[in-house]
Structure formats: C-alpha cells, structure tokens
Design a protein around this ligand. Structure first.
Ligand SMILES: [Zn+2]
Length: 205
C-alpha cells in the first residue's frame, strides 16, 4: 500500500485494512502496522474488568520499553469503520492499542519494531493470566516512565500530559522540549529530547 493507502498489487486487503491506514495517518513515523488475533491478548481484550485506559500492567521492563500504555478500544464488529476515528485518536499518542473482544494493533518505525512490540503484548498478556490470583509487583510508574517509548509531539500537550505517571505533575515543563513537531518528547527522567532521526535507533530495541 502507498501512504495514501492505495491497493497496488496482490490479494485483496482484509476488511480491517482501514485500521492500518488510520495508524499510518496518525503516526507519520510509522512504517509498519501489525494486527493479530493472538490468544492471550485477545483473552485480555474480553476481560470485563480491564482498564480502558491501560489494559495491561507493566509487568516486565521490555513491555514497558516496547509497549508502554495499551488503551482498550470499545467493541466494534470486524470491518466496522466507526472504529476508525477512535483508533486514529488513540494512535496519535499510543503506538499500540487493544481492540475489545478482538486483538492488538501495533505500529512501529520498522516491521521488526512493530513485530517485537506486538510480541511483548502477547507475552505480557500470557504473564498476566499466569499471575492471576498471585500478588504481583509490576514496575512502579516511575520505573515504567523512565524506559517508556517516546511520545510523538504531534500527540499534543494534553495527550502527553495524560501519559505522565500517576502522581506526576501534568506541567509540560517536565519535558525538555515541546516546541517542534520534528522532535519527540520523553519524560524528563530520560533527560533527553532528540530529533526523531537521532532518537529512533535507541527505541528499536
Ligand atoms: Zn482483526
């Protein structure tokens, strides 16, 4: 598909292709979007008590690094384009979302990065069920924020502030830069704010 999401060749795209398109629109730095119906992530998407703002806790460091926060979008039948605007809004500030009673959608700067991140979603969902009934110790908000994926500035100040760890001031001065769309913002705990070109390699872990 091109940037305008025109079918060029090959088999007819899935009726869920519009979901990929909204991620490309919302995240200019995305060059790959992966969507799965993987078992454990789909199971989390069916939990009645899942937090719509963040469906999975940061159980491991690699989940916190590669995924961060995972909003749960409300159920829509497959192919229902009414999901498009909701997904596009969420994608501006999150590269990974979970569709209720369905599965995850994850964007990345490369296919490898998107695949690594969606694998973390699935494995963390599996851990989540393995640990059910046990007292768990997820990363603290500060530990998770210190290694969280960068937030595109195009997300806007409100969305960036909403992603600050609980207890942190929503004051944008916590970020080292908020002025140019060519830059990304990181919580100050990472103490840097670089042009996307320079920052990208470090978050393709
Ligand atoms: Zn699907």
């Amino acid at each position: 598909m091109t940037g305008a999401v025109r079918h060029l060749d090959g088999p007819r795209p899935t009726k869920e292709a519009f979901l990929h398109a909204v991620f490309y629109r919302a995240r200019p730095g995305a060059h790959a979007v992966v969507h799965l119906h993987s078992t454990h992530a789909a199971a989390v998407s069916c939990l009645a008590d899942a937090d719509p703002a963040n469906a999975l806790p940061p159980l491991t460091a690699y989940y916190a690094m590669r995924v961060g926060t995972l909003p749960l979008l409300p159920y829509h039948a497959p192919g229902d384009t009414a999901l498009g605007p909701l997904a596009e809004e969420a994608a501006r500030s999150h590269h990974a979302v979970l569709l209720a009673n369905h599965g995850p959608v994850v964007a990345g700067a490369t296919l490898e990065q998107a695949a690594d991140a969606i694998e973390e979603v699935e494995e963390t969902a599996r851990l989540h069920f393995l640990l059910r009934g046990h007292r768990t110790r997820p990363l603290t908000p500060e530990q998770a924020a210190a290694i969280a994926p960068p937030i595109p500035l195009t997300a806007g100040r409100a969305a960036v502030a909403a992603l600050l760890p609980t207890g942190c001031s929503p004051n944008p001065s916590r970020f080292t830069c908020l002025t140019q769309v060519t830059q990304i913002c990181l919580p100050k705990s990472r103490n840097k704010c670089d042009p996307i070109e320079r920052a990208s390699p470090s978050w393709r872990r």
